[in-house]
Unconditional design. Structure first.
Length: 354
C-alpha cells in the first residue's frame, strides 16, 4: 500500500543549540564592525591606530553582511535586528547622503569643460609612457603629479608629454616632496601652502573653451599631505588644515592630489563640510561652503587608489579631487599605472566662466 506524499511539508524549527551557535557566530562577526563603527561615528581626534583602521571602513560592509546572514540562520530576533541596523549604517557610510554635490548651473550659463588627472608617482617610478598614453587617450588637459622627480620629468619629455600638455610648472625632488603640473592652458604660480613637509603648490590656470570662447580662472592646488604614521599624525592634521584654508578662498577651487586621507576620516569630512580648518570650524566661523569630493559624489567609494602594489591590503581611496560647489563633474575614473603604488584619478569638470 502506498502512502500519499504531503503537498506541503512543515519546516522543522532550528534546534535550540544550533540557534545559539549561529547567533553567537553572528555577534562575533558583528563585534569588530561595531567597534570601528563607534570610532567612525564620533568625530574626534582619535589616536594613530584608530585613524589607520578608519581608512578601511568601506570594507566593513562585508563582515556586517556576514553577521546578518548568520543571524538569519540563528533566527533570534534581537540578533537579526542588531545586525540589520549595523549593516544599514555601513551602507549609509558607503553611499553617504550628506556627501557634497555640485550645484546645478542655470541653463545657458557659460562654462569651460576641463579634463583633469592626478597621480602620485611613487618617487617618480611611475611608467612615463603609460602616463602619456592615458593623457592622449582620455583628452587630459590638466595633470598634477606628486612625488615628482627629475628622472620622471625627463622620461615624460621623451615619451612626448610636451606635445599634448606643453605648459609646465615643476619642482622635482627625489625625497617625495616634488610636484609638477602639466597643462594645455597657461599656468601662473601663486605660491605654496605654508609649513608643509611636501610641496603643495597653488597656481592659477587660465581656461578657455575652444568651442564657445568662454573664459574662466581656476585656482589649482597640487595636494600632497604627510601620511598619518607614527608621530607625524599631528603634521597630517596640520596639512589638512592648510588645504582647508585654501579651499575656503573665493573663486573656482580645485584641490587635487594625494590627501593620505579617506572620506571616513573626520578630518577630511570637516574639510569638505565647511571648507574651513578645524580651528575655524570650532571657533564658529560660518562663511565656509560645502565642497565636493568628486569621487564620492560619483559613487566611487569602492574604487581604491592605494595600494596598487606591495602589501595585499584591501584598497582604499587616498587620492581625491575636491572642488568648490559651483564646479560640475562627471566621468570620474581610476586607472592603474605600472611602477606606482597609487592609481591615477581622472574626471571631467565644468568650470563656470568668469
Amino acid at each position: 500500500m502506498t502512502h500519499p506524499i504531503p503537498a506541503v511539508m512543515e519546516a522543522r524549527p532550528v534546534p535550540r543549540r544550533a540557534s545559539v551557535v549561529w547567533s553567537v557566530l553572528a555577534l562575533l562577526a558583528a563585534l569588530p564592525v561595531s567597534g570601528v563603527s563607534m570610532f567612525r561615528a564620533i568625530p574626534v581626534e582619535w589616536p594613530l591606530i584608530v585613524v589607520q583602521l578608519l581608512s578601511f571602513t568601506p570594507w566593513l560592509v562585508l563582515p556586517a553582511a556576514l553577521a546578518l546572514a548568520l543571524a538569519v540562520v540563528g533566527r533570534r530576533l534581537w540578533v537579526i535586528v542588531t545586525t540589520v541596523a549595523l549593516l544599514a549604517v555601513q551602507l549609509l557610510w558607503l553611499f553617504p547622503l550628506d556627501a557634497g554635490k555640485p550645484e546645478s548651473l542655470p541653463a545657458g550659463t557659460p562654462a569651460v569643460q576641463l579634463r583633469v588627472m592626478s597621480l602620485n608617482s611613487e618617487y617618480g617610478e611611475a611608467d612615463a609612457a603609460t602616463i602619456v598614453r592615458l593623457v592622449r587617450e582620455n583628452g587630459i588637459q590638466l595633470l598634477t603629479i606628486q612625488e615628482h622627480t627629475q628622472g620622471l620629468e625627463d622620461a615624460l619629455h621623451s615619451a612626448g608629454m610636451e606635445e599634448v600638455l606643453p605648459n609646465l610648472l615643476s619642482e622635482p625632488n627625489d625625497d617625495a616632496s616634488g610636484g609638477a603640473v602639466f597643462s594645455v592652458f597657461p599656468l601662473e604660480a601663486v605660491g605654496l601652502l605654508p609649513d608643509t613637509p611636501f610641496r603643495m603648490d597653488v597656481m592659477r590656470v587660465l581656461l578657455t573653451d575652444p568651442a564657445s570662447g568662454a573664459k574662466s580662472t581656476l585656482s589649482l592646488t597640487n595636494v600632497h599631505t604627510l601620511p598619518p604614521v607614527d608621530e607625524r599624525i599631528g603634521q597630517w592634521r596640520s596639512d589638512l588644515d592648510k588645504v582647508a584654508r585654501q579651499a575656503s578662498r573665493p573663486g573656482n577651487q580645485l584641490l587635487m592630489g594625494d590627501y593620505n586621507a579617506t572620506y571616513d576620516h573626520s578630518e577630511f569630512r570637516a574639510l569638505l563640510d565647511t571648507g574651513l580648518s578645524r580651528q575655524d570650524a570650532r571657533a564658529g566661523v560660518q562663511d565656509g561652503r560645502k565642497l565636493v569630493d568628486v569621487g564620492t559624489a560619483s559613487g566611487a567609494r569602492f574604487s581604491p587608489t592605494w595600494p596598487m602594489e606591495g602589501l595585499p591590503l584591501p584598497g582604499i581611496v587616498l587620492d581625491h579631487m575636491v572642488t568648490s560647489p559651483g564646479i560640475g563633474s562627471s566621468d570620474y575614473s581610476v586607472h592603474q599605472i605600472p611602477g606606482s603604488d597609487h592609481a591615477a584619478i581622472m574626471a571631467t569638470l565644468i568650470v563656470p566662466a568668469g
